[in-house]
Design a protein around this ligand. Structure first.
Ligand SMILES: C[S@@+](CC[C@H](N)C(=O)[O-])C[C@H]1O[C@@H](n2cnc3c(N)ncnc32)[C@H](O)[C@@H]1O
Length: 340
């Protein structure tokens, strides 16, 4: 009896609620739910973008539910990825999306995924930087995205030239051409396979390299760590992602990843078993894959043990200040370097 009364009440409430949603009311309660926190997501959201989001939310109950679930400003992750993909007005308020062949070289080519991963990874780079350098937050940092691809992350930093001076560099000329044409607030430069990069010494406060050292052979990795150190101002940070145990364990457990990496389960198990004694493993791409990447012939999949980075990358100029195993979405490790 009680159960059936509760069921009736619930059905009645759900009817009222869905009626309200159908009529487009209540309107989003901005003053209640939008507590401003000065986050990266808020920084990159223009007032026009937010106004258009409001129109969408007023018309679409499913979007309001997403806002209720996520809260503000987390909701902005949805708006800058799925929203900016689905809605033509939002899409026009952000930079163009690169073509599929360029997206596919650098990350997941599906547009909302490409945008969402770029957004949260740019936010993560800035979070790590600010955690290590809270003192310099008041001035506009000079940032370099080394191996920026088609601007998956620089597109977000570039949206606020008043807050960050954003540079990107790339070895693949097609990425460079696309970024130069489509990301006007980002200065993108052509790099060579080998250093030096075309920047003066000590220029940058932050240089981040996402999924670049995951492809380089040892001699090139060594040379680029030295050049990144050269380009950093004293106290500046280098944030480099690498593949270590977290990536290897994922590949060992997943046939999909074994196929992607062209590694058998036995080959991965062997790398894991010998990782401490062979802490830098480079598996060269086949010709077709190397041609597609267009980043030098000596290019492939690289796995680096944290102990190696601590001993090999540490120098008179460069301190390894932190290693976060699996810090990038439980997949790649994050290594934080500081210019002494
Ligand atoms: C897997 S992609 C990642 C791209 C970008 N960091 C991102 O996360 O979207 C690796 C990138 O590093 C670039 N790269 C490799 N060697 C480089 C070098 N010597 N100088 C600049 N870029 C390089 C490649 O061309 C490629 O775009």
């Amino acid at each position: 009896m009680l159960a059936s009364a509760c069921g009736t009440l619930a059905a009645g409430l759900s009817h009222v609620f869905s009626e309200q949603l159908r009529r487009g009311s209540p309107p989003p309660q901005r003053s209640v739910s939008r507590v401003r926190s000065g986050s990266f997501l808020e920084d990159i959201t223009s007032s026009e973008f937010e106004a258009r989001y409001d129109e969408i939310a007023a018309a679409r109950p499913d979007v309001r539910v997403i806002e209720y679930i996520l809260g503000w400003p987390k909701l902005l992750e949805w708006a800058h990825s799925v929203g900016a993909y689905e809605d033509a007005t939002l899409r026009n308020l952000v930079p163009a999306v690169p073509p599929p062949e360029l997206r596919g070289i650098t990350a997941d080519p599906a547009v909302p995924v490409f945008l969402w991963t770029g957004l949260v990874e740019a936010e993560l780079m800035l979070h790590v930087y600010r955690r290590h350098r809270p003192d310099v937050d008041s001035r506009r940092p000079r940032i370099l995205d080394f191996g920026c691809g088609c601007g998956r992350m620089t597109r977000f930093f570039g949206s606020r030239p008043d807050k960050w001076l954003t540079h990107g560099c790339e070895v693949n000329p097609r990425h460079v051409a696309w970024c130069q044409k489509n990301l006007p607030n980002v200065t993108t430069a052509q790099c060579n396979v080998w250093p030096p990069a075309p920047y003066e010494s000590g220029f940058f406060d932050l240089i981040y390299c996402l999924s670049v050292f995951t492809h380089l052979p040892e001699s090139r990795a060594d040379a680029w760590i030295k050049d990144i150190t050269r380009m950093l101002a004293p106290g500046g940070l280098g944030i480099v992602t690498t593949q270590g145990n977290a990536a290897l364990e994922t590949i060992r457990a997943s046939s999909l990843h074994q196929e992607m990496f062209r590694l058998s389960v036995q080959a991965v198990a062997d790398i894991i078993a010998r990782f401490e004694e062979s802490p830098f493993v480079f598996v060269q791409y086949d010709d077709a894959n190397a041609r597609r990447a267009n980043a030098g012939t000596d290019y492939g999949s690289t796995f680096i043990h944290p102990d190696y980075m601590r001993s090999r990358w540490e120098s008179r100029e460069c301190e390894v200040v932190e290693i976060l195993p699996g810090g990038l979405r439980s997949w790649q490790d994050i290594v934080v370097l500081r210019r002494r």
